[in-house]
Design a protein around this ligand. Structure first.
Ligand SMILES: *Cc1c(COP(=O)(O)O)cnc(C)c1O
Length: 377
């Protein structure tokens, strides 16, 4: 069997062995419903509360400000719709950016159909929103600003602290989709003035199907689903105990190893970028070089179509991603790459390579050699 070299850690990550070990007992022995009163139910309940503390610690909030959800998309929906509905008496205007993940963009579109007004801030060539545009788009009826912490395609890290300062000045709630940032860069919601934040397990070495939402205490938001009274009556449904335990462990590990993890990813990324610039000089780096997620790279290779490139890389055991949202066969260019000013043509020639903790320099060498070989042909 061919060795798989995985460079798509922005799409999902492999579950860490320590995370798997931690969650398995809650599928095997302590499978009780956390709302039940007997011992295996109580054990589940206790494990959830331990996990809540660990998630809270990663972003420096109070454990009672964490709500477990089914995924990052659910967290985004729950935050944006929940805050919008609960605060609509004050106004119905929301500000977001044009390069958000669909979980935010489509949620905003739905709210527009329900009478909310949404401003989609443009971004510059590197993918940054303009703080001046942000200030100018604030109205008397603006109730929510939702801007992603870091972009999933080009890795651009938005000026979160500045955005939160502006939001505070106008008494507007600030939510951030930090699914890509959590576990990859330091986040401190208190210091950064963040009111609400989404994160997802499978982007930080926990399984798919578990997410979390932070909402600062005192902020009004409506519950997302009707049903039981789980998660302080904000998210009905029997808790995904094993998933929650896994997310807690993944957050704990991320918190303990953040510096080393960042340094490792950054070293691989910079090594890759340097070699591509030397060996394939016509390649164009998309995004910013400074304020960029440590594990993210995104190049357009003018001489080859992105999908074809992915296909040829796959034949060499390499997993990467194109910049376009063509996962389902529709090859519409990515809205992110279009919004940073790339032509449809260059957008269709993008290759996103996102590094993870298991990657080595030898993997990068193999990737670079493969790219050179394919592109020279
Ligand atoms: C992956 C991702 C999401 C969605 O998370 P899921 O857990 O897959 O629903 C949302 N926002 C960003 C920026 C992401 O990268």
């Amino acid at each position: 069997m061919m060795k798989i070299r995985y460079f798509d850690n922005a799409a999902t990550t492999k579950v860490k062995p320590e995370v798997l070990d931690e969650m398995l007992p809650y599928l095997k022995e302590d499978y009780g419903n956390p709302s039940s009163l007997y011992s295996i139910g109580r054990n589940s309940k206790k494990a959830i509360e331990e996990a809540r503390k660990k998630v809270a610690k990663l972003i420096n909030c109070n454990p009672n400000e964490i709500y477990f959800t089914g995924c990052g998309s659910e967290s985004d929906n729950m935050a944006i719709k929940g805050i919008a509905y609960a605060n609509q008496k004050k106004g119905k205007h929301i500000i977001t950016s044009s390069i958000e993940h669909p979980a935010v963009l489509h949620t905003c579109k739905t709210l527009e159909k329900q009478g909310f007004r949404v401003t989609y801030l443009k971004v510059n060539k590197q993918g940054f929103i303009s703080l001046e545009d942000l200030r100018n788009s604030i109205r008397d009826d603006t109730i929510l600003i939702t801007i992603m912490f870091a972009n999933n395609e080009i890795g651009t890290i938005e000026p979160i602290e500045m955005i939160s300062k502006i939001a505070k000045m106008y008494n507007i709630i600030f939510h951030t989709d930090s699914v890509q940032a959590c576990g990859n860069i330091p986040i401190d919601v208190k210091k950064m003035g963040i009111d609400s934040l989404s994160l997802s397990g499978h982007k930080l070495y926990a399984p798919k199907g578990i997410g979390a939402l932070y909402v600062k205490s005192g902020i009004q938001f409506e519950k997302f689903m009707d049903g039981g009274h789980q998660e302080k009556d904000k998210r009905a449904g029997t808790e995904n105990v094993a998933g929650i335990v896994a997310l807690g462990k993944a957050c704990e590990l991320a918190n303990n190893n953040l510096k080393e993890h960042m340094a490792h990813l950054k070293e691989l990324r910079d090594y890759y970028i340097k070699q591509i610039k030397e060996k394939i000089p016509e390649a164009i780096l998309n995004g910013d070089i400074e304020n960029r997620l440590p594990g993210n790279s995104n190049f357009s290779f003018p001489s080859i179509d992105g999908e074809e490139l992915l296909f040829l890389l796959d034949a060499k055991g390499i997993c990467a991603s194109s910049g376009s949202a063509c996962t389902s066969g529709s090859s519409k260019p990515s809205h992110v790459l279009s919004n940073i000013g790339l032509s449809d043509e260059l957008a269709s020639k993008a290759l996103r390579v996102t590094f993870g903790e298991d990657n080595t320099k030898e993997d990068v060498d193999y990737l670079v050699d493969s790219l050179c070989e394919i592109i020279k042909k």
